[in-house]
Design a protein around this ligand. Structure first.
Ligand code: CA
Length: 230
């Protein structure tokens, strides 16, 4: 198995070096770039399997770098953001970044995200039936079962659930989810998603008050939770 290549773009050299050292020990080949332009050059030369991207970067902003990368590549991107950069984080997810980690972060957490994102990218063969404990989704038949009993979902609810479940662990903004279900009625404000999610939870969650499948990511949107190894 060849070593996965990771590019870290981060102008705080100490952080970049720590990430590089930690992920190298985890078995990845890690390159670092210290500003946005250098990141773009290294990306094109190195063709990494994953990019860890700080957003506040000199010379070329992280969002602009993400936009350039996404224009020609599906390489997974994990953003490093400060707590105060919520708007940037949302913009980054809308540009197609896969995940984010908020500074200060633990190296262990970052490594776990890296593993999860790489695993997701590798296992992209679409499954036709997904069974998650009490929940079963049959994508082809558009049927959902909870504890063996069929669940009645509206077409929009099914589309939303299927979209989330096909991208487990990935955080989506409300706008992305609206686009995904192609809801274009006059009422489709981002908050419309909240009411669909609420209805879905009542139908598919064993305990809608403490959801185990569709999780809220505060300040951002929603994600579908898959237990480790699931
Ligand atoms: Ca920075």
């Amino acid at each position: 198995m060849s070593m996965k290549k990771i590019l870290v773009v981060e102008d705080e050299r100490q952080i970049a070096r720590m990430v590089q050292a930690y992920l190298s020990r985890e078995g990845y080949r890690v390159e670092a770039a210290f500003d946005g332009e250098e990141g773009w050059t290294r990306f094109n030369e190195g063709r990494p399997d994953l990019v860890i991207l700080d957003l506040m970067l000199p010379r070329l902003h992280g969002l602009e770098l993400a936009r350039r990368i996404r224009a020609g590549s599906d390489v997974p991107i994990i953003m490093l953001t400060a707590r105060a950069e919520e708007a940037d984080r949302v913009a980054g997810l809308e540009l197609g970044a896969d995940d984010y980690v908020t500074k200060p972060f633990s190296l262990r957490e970052l490594a776990a995200r890296v593993r999860a994102v790489l695993r997701r990218v590798e296992g992209t063969a679409p499954r036709e039936v997904m069974e998650l404990g009490p929940l079963k989704i049959d994508f082809a038949a558009r049927e959902v079962y909870l504890e063996g009993k069929p669940v009645e979902l509206t077409p929009t609810e099914f589309d939303l659930l299927a979209y989330l479940a096909r991208h487990p662990g990935r955080v989506f903004t409300r706008t992305e989810l609206l686009e995904a279900i192609q809801e274009r009625s006059y009422a489709s404000l981002p908050r419309t998603i909240d009411s669909h999610i609420k209805n879905l939870r009542h139908k598919i969650e064993p305990d809608p008050a403490s959801p185990q499948f569709i999780l809220t990511v505060h300040g951002v949107g929603y994600k579908f939770h898959l237990a480790e190894g699931g």
